[in-house]
Design a protein around this ligand. Structure first.
Ligand SMILES: [Zn+2]
Ligand SMILES: [Zn+2]
Ligand SMILES: [Zn+2]
Length: 184
C-alpha cells in the first residue's frame, strides 16, 4: 500500500503535465480502467480514494507494480525530450543554478550523488526533488533548506518583512559550508 500511495503522489504531480499535453488521450490510456489513480495535484481527498476493485487488486495482484511501471512510462514521456511541450516545463533549482561559490559546491555535491546538476527537474521526481512547503518552489531535495529558500526570501523582500534579514544569515552559513566542502 505504501508503494501505491507513493505512485499516486507521483501521478498527481504529473497530472498538470498530462492534462496540457497534446498526446493526453494516448497517455491517459496507459492508466487503463483506472484514470482515477491520477488525481489533480493537491486533491488529497481524491488521492486516498480507492475502488473496491483497486483494493482487491492491490492485495491480490501486482497492481502496485503495474502502476509504478505506468508512472515510469509517463515520467519518461514528460522528461524524455520526445514531447517538447512536456519537457519544456521542467524547473531549474535556484540553489545551484544562481552563480555563486555556494552554488558550485552544491552542484559538485549533487554530481557526487549521481544527480546531473545540468538536467531540469520535475516535481514528481520524488527521490531527488522536493517542493517548498511555504512557496511551492521546486528544488533538489539535497539543496533545499526551508529557512534559506531563495523564492521565499524574494517574497519576503518584496513585502518588506524580516525574512530577508534571516536569509542573509542563511546565505552566509551556506557560503561557509561551501568553503568547508571545497577544502574537504
Ligand atoms: Zn507531452
Ligand atoms: Zn539544486
Ligand atoms: Zn520557499
Amino acid at each position: 500500500m505504501a508503494l501505491v500511495q507513493r505512485v499516486r503522489k507521483q501521478l498527481s504531480l504529473m497530472h498538470a503535465y498530462i492534462m496540457t499535453c497534446p498526446q493526453r488521450a494516448s497517455l491517459l490510456q496507459q492508466l487503463g480502467s483506472r484514470p482515477h489513480m491520477m488525481s489533480a495535484e493537491g486533491d488529497y481527498f481524491a488521492q486516498d480514494m480507492y475502488s473496491l476493485r483497486d483494493l482487491i487488486d492491490i492485495l491480490d495482484s501486482d497492481l502496485a507494480d503495474r502502476l509504478a511501471a505506468t508512472a515510469t512510462a509517463l515520467a519518461a514521456h514528460i522528461m524524455g525530450g520526445n514531447c517538447s511541450i512536456c519537457s519544456s516545463k521542467g524547473f531549474f533549482c535556484e540553489y545551484c543554478t544562481t552563480p555563486s561559490s555556494a552554488a558550485n559546491a552544491r552542484r559538485r555535491a549533487l554530481a557526487e550523488t549521481g544527480v546531473n546538476p545540468e538536467a531540469p527537474i520535475y516535481p514528481f521526481q520524488l527521490d531527488i526533488v522536493t517542493q517548498c512547503d511555504a512557496c511551492g518552489g521546486t528544488f533538489h531535495r539535497a539543496c533545499h533548506k526551508p529557512a534559506e529558500c531563495p523564492k521565499c526570501a524574494r517574497r519576503g523582500k518584496r513585502s518588506g518583512s524580516q525574512v530577508f534579514a534571516a536569509d542573509s544569515g542563511g546565505l552566509a552559513a551556506a557560503a561557509a559550508d561551501a568553503g568547508k566542502s571545497a577544502i574537504g
